[in-house]
Design a protein around this ligand. Structure first.
Ligand SMILES: C[S@@+](CC[C@H](N)C(=O)[O-])C[C@H]1O[C@@H](n2cnc3c(N)ncnc32)[C@H](O)[C@@H]1O
Length: 248
């Protein structure tokens, strides 16, 4: 696998353990990002789908349960080992690769109806290389659905938080910097490299690599979702996530 700062950072054994634990505890992920993603993906039965940056693999397993032919890629060997164990426990059939997203060696051109990239495109070091690879492996008219930390509200040195609970505010001191920094996941302890890409970084790269933007979402939690906890309720005021839909 081609190594870079993102694969080194996310590939650490202690990081994979932490990601497995935190992913299962994250209410944003369980009650908001994941349900919204599946509501937008529609019927995936019979479709060939790539889960790029699959993490601990719940998206891939759910796609397989829904009848998709799934390939899943992550740069962390430990996460892929964990995904394979979970797949066997459930007798699912998923094809796994340990790869850098910018070099999907062994994956043929024009293979997938859908590439899902959940909360990964802001992390990879070589963003343009990654989008080029997505374009290469998508079938003609294939679809990319990607969630990212919202560029306007992502926590960084230049975009911080004030106050707590429903009164929490986003304070922007420098939208353009820093573009990368080290910090743990929220409630985590292991440092990873975080990256900030501006909205124009995303749009210009998608266009340069030949993809067409077909939709953008800044979803607002329903009142039922907001009752789950105050962190989700706050998302009714500030969109911490952004979802891109693109077509080859
Ligand atoms: C925030 S996690 C998201 C995991 C999963 N998609 C989810 O939504 O639960 C980001 C994932 O991207 C992977 N990742 C980061 N940089 C990568 C790269 N350059 N190539 C492949 N995977 C990468 C990490 O190992 C991690 O599993």
């Amino acid at each position: 696998m081609k190594k870079d700062s993102s694969t080194e950072s996310w590939g650490k054994a202690e990081m994979s353990e932490e990601l497995i634990n935190l992913a299962q505890l994250s209410s944003h992920r369980t009650h908001f990002v994941m349900p919204f993603t599946f509501s937008q993906l529609g019927d995936v039965s019979g479709k060939s789908v790539l889960d790029l940056g699959c993490g601990e693999g719940e998206y891939s397993r759910e796609l397989a349960r829904r009848g998709a032919k799934v390939t899943a890629v992550d740069c962390s060997e430990n996460l892929i080992k964990y995904c394979k164990l979970k797949m066997e426990e459930e007798c699912l059939n998923i094809n796994y690769y340990v790869r850098n997203s910018c070099e999907l060696f062994g994956v043929s051109n024009n293979t997938f109806d859908l590439v899902l990239s959940s909360m990964m495109l802001m992390d990879c070091e070589d963003f343009e290389g990654t989008v080029k690879e997505i374009f290469r492996v998508l079938k003609p008219s294939g679809r990319l659905f990607a969630s990212v930390c919202h560029p306007c509200f992502h926590r960084s040195g230049g975009i911080g938080r004030q106050d707590k609970g429903l009164d929490k505010k986003v304070v922007v001191s420098n939208y353009f910097n820093p573009t990368e920094w080290e910090a743990p996941l929220s409630s985590g302890t292991v440092n990873i490299i975080w990256r900030h890409r501006t909205i124009q970084d995303y749009v210009k790269t998608f266009i340069k690599c030949g993809l067409t933007i077909t939709d953008v979402h800044e979803p607002i939690p329903t009142d039922d979702q907001a009752r789950i906890d105050v962190d989700i309720a706050w998302l009714q005021k500030v969109p911490v996530y952004m979802f891109w839909e693109l077509k080859k």
